[in-house]
Write a protein that binds this ligand. Structure first.
Ligand SMILES: N[C@@H](CCC(=O)N[C@@H](CS)C(=O)NCC(=O)O)C(=O)O
Length: 388
C-alpha cells in the first residue's frame, strides 16, 4: 500500500491545490484521496492498531479527540493571530479566549490520566492499568495520546507558562516517543553578545518559539571551532542538525514562521534587502574590528574613510524602501525578518553613533515602530544589555 500525505512545509494557503474539500492535509492511499486531518488520523490509527483494545476504548479515544477538536475551535482566533494568519489584539484574545479555553479543557484531559477517570469509577482493573500505563485510554498507546501529546508539546513550545498548572499533561507528552510529536528543538550557539545572532533570537521571540540560547565564553570557542560547519558562529542546531551562516539561519526560520512576506516575490525582496545590508556590514568591517578593539588600527581614519562613506552609500537605499512602501514595514504590508534584522541594527547604531543615524529619521522611526510591537518590546525590556 502506498501512502502519500500532502501538507504545507510551513504556513500558507491551499486555494490552488485539488483536494476533496479545498483543504489540506490530504492523504492519498494508493492514489485515492482522503481529507480531514482527524479522519485521516483515525483511519490510520485503525490500520496500525492505535485505537485501544475494544470498541469501547476505540470510542473513548474518539471522545477525547472530539473534545480536543472543541478546544482547538474555542481558541482558534487567538491561535490564528499569534501564528500571523490574521490581525487581532493578541493580549486581549489571550485573556478572553485562550486562557479560559485552557482552564476549561485541559483539566478534562488530565482526568483521563488521574484516578477519577470514567473507566476507573466502574472498573478497578481498568483504573489500575491506566494509572500504571500513563496512557489516556487503556494500557496501550493510542492515537488519542498522540493527538493530545503533540498538542500539549506545541503549546509548551509556544507558551511555557500555560502548562505549568498541568504537570500530568507535561509528563504525559514527555513520555510519548518524540518521533510522534511535532516538537522541534532549536539550539542557537553564539558569543554572549548581540553580534550576528541577535536578529535570530528576535525571530524566535516574534514567532513565540522557545529555543536554547547558548552563549559561550571566548575561552570555550577554540575547542568548538572545528566542530562547526565553517569554523564560525552563530550555528543553529535543529533537532541536533547544524546550520551555519547567520542570514541563512534567519531566512530559514523566517520561512518556517511566516515572516517572509505574502508571496515568493516579497520573500525575494526580503532577501535582496538583507543581501544589501550584508554588503554594508562587509564594507564597514575594517572599521568595526578596530573600533571594537579586535584589531589595532587608526580608528578615526577608518571612520572617515570607511564607515561614514558606507553609511552614505547604503542608508539612502534603505530609506527609499521605507518611503516607497508606506506601510511602515520594509516589504509589503506586514512584519518580515528584514524589519527585525534592520531594526536591531539601527537601534544599536542609535545607541553608539546617534549623530550618524540622525540624518535618516525614517530609519529611527522604523526601529521604534518595530521595537514597540508587544513581543519585541517585552523581550527588549528583559534581555541582557550588551555593548554590541
Ligand atoms: N558570514 C558569517 C560570519 C560569521 C562570523 O564572522 N562569526 C564570527 C563571530 S561574529 C566568528 O565566529 N568568529 C570567530 C572565528 O572566526 O574564529 C555569518 O553571518 O554567520
Amino acid at each position: 500500500m502506498v501512502y502519500k500525505l500532502t501538507y504545507f512545509d510551513s504556513y500558507g494557503r491551499a486555494e490552488n491545490i485539488q483536494t476533496p474539500f479545498g483543504q489540506i492535509p490530504v492523504l492519498e492511499i494508493d492514489g485515492k484521496p482522503l481529507a480531514q486531518s482527524f479522519t485521516i488520523a483515525r483511519y490510520l490509527a485503525h490500520k496500525f492498531n492505535l485505537t485501544g483494545k475494544d470498541e469501547y476504548e476505540t470510542a473513548v479515544c474518539d471522545s477525547i479527540v472530539d473534545q480536543y477538536k472543541d478546544f482547538i475551535s474555542e481558541v482558534r482566533t487567538y491561535w490564528r493571530v499569534i501564528k500571523g494568519f490574521q490581525e487581532g489584539d493578541e493580549n486581549k484574545l489571550k485573556q478572553e479566549v485562550f486562557v479560559p479555553g485552557i482552564k476549561k479543557n485541559l483539566p478534562l484531559f488530565v482526568n483521563f490520566l488521574k484516578p477519577n477517570n470514567s473507566g476507573i469509577k466502574f472498573n478497578v482493573f481498568k483504573f489500575r492499568m491506566n494509572l500504571l500505563s500513563g496512557y489516556l485510554v487503556g494500557d496501550h498507546l493510542t492515537w488519542a495520546d498522540i493527538v493530545i501529546a503533540s498538542g500539549m508539546a506545541e503549546l509548551d513550545n509556544i507558551d511555557f507558562e500555560q502548562l505549568n498548572g498541568f504537570p500530568e499533561l507535561r509528563a504525559h507528552y514527555q513520555k510519548i516517543p518524540k518521533h510522534f510529536l511535532k516538537m522541534v528543538h532549536y539550539k542557537l550557539t553564539y558569543f554572549d553578545l548581540y553580534g550576528r545572532a541577535e536578529h535570530i533570537r528576535q525571530i524566535f521571540v516574534v514567532a513565540g518559539q522557545n529555543f536554547e540560547d547558548v552563549r559561550i565564553a571566548r575561552e570555550e570557542w577554540p575547542a568548538l571551532k572545528s566542530k562547526t560547519p565553517f569554523g564560525q558562529i552563530p550555528v543553529l542546531e535543529v533537532d541536533g542538525k547544524p546550520l551555519a551562516q547567520s542570514f541563512t539561519i534567519s531566512r530559514y526560520l523566517a520561512h518556517k514562521f511566516n515572516l517572509t512576506g505574502k508571496d515568493e516575490y516579497e520573500a525575494a525582496v526580503c532577501d535582496s534587502i538583507v543581501d544589501q545590508y550584508n554588503d554594508f556590514i562587509n564594507e564597514i568591517m575594517p572599521y568595526k574590528r578596530v573600533a571594537l578593539g579586535f584589531l589595532e588600527g587608526d580608528k578615526d581614519k577608518l571612520r572617515q574613510d570607511v564607515y561614514i562613506p558606507a553609511i552614505k552609500k547604503h542608508f539612502p537605499f534603505f530609506v527609499s524602501f521605507l518611503k516607497n512602501n508606506k506601510s511602515g514595514f520594509f516589504v509589503g504590508d506586514r512584519l518580515t525578518w528584514v524589519d527585525i534584522t534592520l531594526a536591531h541594527a539601527f537601534s544599536t547604531m542609535d545607541k553608539t553613533d546617534s549623530e550618524l543615524i540622525k540624518d535618516y529619521p525614517e530609519l529611527s522611526d522604523h526601529y521604534r515602530k518595530i521595537h514597540s510591537l508587544p513581543k519585541i518590546k517585552e523581550y527588549l525590556e528583559k534581555r541582557p544589555e550588551r555593548p554590541f
